[in-house]
Design a protein around this ligand. Structure first.
Ligand SMILES: Cc1cc2nc3c(=O)[nH]c(=O)nc-3n(C[C@H](O)[C@H](O)[C@H](O)COP(=O)(O)OP(=O)(O)OC[C@H]3O[C@@H](n4cnc5c(N)ncnc54)[C@H](O)[C@@H]3O)c2cc1C
Ligand SMILES: NC(=O)c1ccc[n+]([C@@H]2O[C@H](COP(=O)([O-])OP(=O)(O)OC[C@H]3O[C@@H](n4cnc5c(N)ncnc54)[C@H](O)[C@@H]3O)[C@@H](O)[C@H]2O)c1
Length: 468
């Protein structure tokens, strides 16, 4: 019987969450995945590989200990691409195993093959051996994600000029790397390779980077990158990328400058993976970047029984938000109640150092004309920071002067992506500066920075109220 309640195309974060949610509600679910193993971009080429690579690089270089033992300190003197890959393969195997077990115990069926539309309720699936089958679904969820943007003028060769998928397969670590695109992917990999002592140059046509992050945090971050000799060519376009006769790469910028390096990573955005779905047979159309538009509350496309979730619907394109979108889409699709997610979600950039943020930036607060006060804590002011040998790290809290409520939390430094959740909870529970001033925090912890920042803002807010 090839009839299902829900057909899910793609087994990344949104597809897997949707499938399990529908199965928990007693529905018959089939996940179609074209990749060799389930897990999607998140498990095989995106989130998990890049974060595992980061962790391995930080461990093998002894990065976290350098505050004590100096910049030359290394746990392993010669680090190879194989050293980095070994841990990656173990982590990926584990992720896939957990996911396959989740599917099995929830009776979610999965099939390997490439799906495309025959009509709004029917998919054709082409298996690896060429066999074609047809399946029908009362509802269909497109959770197909994205693939790297690969323009024709970049001479990709999979060895010296690469996209972010290919970077995971390199045989040798480059001594010099140029990263084209200072988005999240470009910056994460640029800083990971810089931690491995690769000489890194970042190029982006925009004069600023990570514009959705609070400016003060980006300034602190940029200072740290320049301090360790990373070259940032912002506001400059890479016009030509060529391989030199000596096995290197040459990048000509529109300013006339030429950069010579061993390897180029092109990371200038991603395209929705919708080109082979035969969308027109379902009455759907993607935009110029291959993305689908949906109702942001239900994740329904313009065709009522077809849903889309995850990166294929665009911003914020995170594994974390994709999971939630998938879950909501599945609930709506099978007629269950689906509550809107809380307003504030965190954004974590796993660069070296980490950045994490939740709520409004200072720039957004100003734009909205909200009277505000900021509290700042530096990790080097905390006892935990002393113990860990941290000489950098910054936590910034923004409060409304009128309501005293927390409006935003912005962190750069060790543990930022974990620490941010304290701020997220206070934000979504509508907490005020008093939460930080009156509560006791474990000591010594980096979380104590919340207390310090809360007191910092609270002192000035107290004075302002007294004057008023
Ligand atoms: C380098 C990198 C680092 C990242 N780091 C983070 C991070 O630290 N934190 C974070 O939250 N997010 C991160 N992301 C983003 C995160 O990976 C994505 O938001 C997430 O994977 C999107 O999930 P998705 O459900 O849209 O599906 P995806 O994970 O994109 O998977 C889609 C799946 O659909 C399959 N598919 C596509 N078309 C078809 C078809 N026609 N038939 C069958 N199967 C098909 C694909 O093979 C793929 O397996 C990162 C992304 C990249 C590239
Ligand atoms: N930690 C995380 O949560 C995480 C990590 C990695 C990726 N992601 C997600 O993956 C998505 C894709 O990331 P991304 O970094 O590829 O894309 P992006 O859109 O965030 O950044 C692309 C960058 O490339 C630049 N650019 C655009 N065209 C260019 C060109 N022709 N030449 C040179 N530079 C150009 C842009 O100015 C921009 O700075 C993001 O939306 C992000 O949310 C998330």
């Amino acid at each position: 019987m090839n009839q299902y309640d829900l057909l899910v195309v793609g087994s990344g974060p949104s597809g897997r969450r949707a499938a399990i949610q529908a199965a928990k509600l007693g529905k018959r679910v089939l996940v179609v995945e074209q990749g060799k193993r389930v897990g999607g971009v998140s498990v095989h080429t995106g989130t998990i590989p890049s974060k595992t690579l980061r962790e391995t690089a930080l461990n093998l270089t002894g990065w976290r200990e350098r505050g004590f033992y100096g910049r030359a300190y290394r746990v392993k003197q010669e680090i190879s691409a194989d050293d980095l890959r070994r841990r990656l393969l173990i982590t990926l195997d584990h992720e896939v195993e957990v996911l396959e077990h989740q599917f099995a115990r929830n009776r979610v069926q999965h099939l390997r093959g490439k799906a495309s539309f025959i009509d709004p309720q029917t998919l054709q699936i082409v298996k690896d051996d060429g066999e074609t089958i047809r399946v029908s679904g009362t509802s269909i969820l497109l959770a197909v994600g994205t693939k790297p943007f690969r323009p024709d003028y970049i001479p990709f060769d999979g060895k010296t000029v690469l996209d972010s998928d290919e970077l995971l397969e390199i045989e040798d670590l480059p001594r010099s790397l140029a990263v084209i695109g200072a988005g999240v992917i470009g910056i994460e990999y640029a800083t990971i390779f810089s931690a491995l002592d690769t000489h890194v140059t970042v190029i982006d046509p925009k004069a600023t980077m990570l514009d959705f992050i609070d400016k003060e945090i980006v300034e602190d971050f940029t200072y740290q990158l320049r301090d360790r000799n990373m070259k940032l060519h912002l506001g400059q376009k890479a016009e030509k990328v060529e391989r030199t006769p000596h096995g290197k790469c040459s990048i000509t910028l529109d300013s006339g400058r030429v950069i010579i390096c061993e390897m180029v990573l092109f990371a200038a955005g991603r395209m929705g993976a919708t080109d082979t779905l035969n969308l027109s047979a379902a009455g759907l159309e993607a935009d110029s970047r291959g993305r689908l538009s949906v109702n942001p509350e239900t994740f329904q496309t313009s065709v009522p029984n077809i849903y889309a979730a995850g990166d294929v619907v665009g911003f914020p394109s995170l594994a974390s938000t994709s999971m939630e979108q998938g879950r909501i889409a599945a609930r709506v699709a099978v007629g269950a109640i689906a509550k809107e997610p809380p307003k504030f979600f965190p954004y974590g950039i796993y660069a070296v150092p980490e950045i994490s943020t939740c709520g409004l930036t200072e720039e957004e607060v100003k734009e909205r004309g909200i009277p505000y006060e900021c509290g700042i804590a530096r990790f080097r002011e905390t006892s935990r920071g002393h113990i860990m040998g941290l000489d950098s790290g910054l936590l910034k809290l923004i409060f409304s002067l009128k309501t005293r409520r927390l409006l935003g939390v912005h962190i750069v430094g060790e543990g930022a992506t974990e620490l941010v959740h304290i701020g997220q909870a206070v934000l979504n529970l509508k907490g005020t500066v008093e939460y930080f001033v009156e509560n006791t925090f474990n000591y010594p912890t980096l979380a104590e920075a919340y207390k310090i920042a809360g007191l910092d803002a609270g002192n000035r807010m107290g004075e302002l109220v007294a004057k008023g």
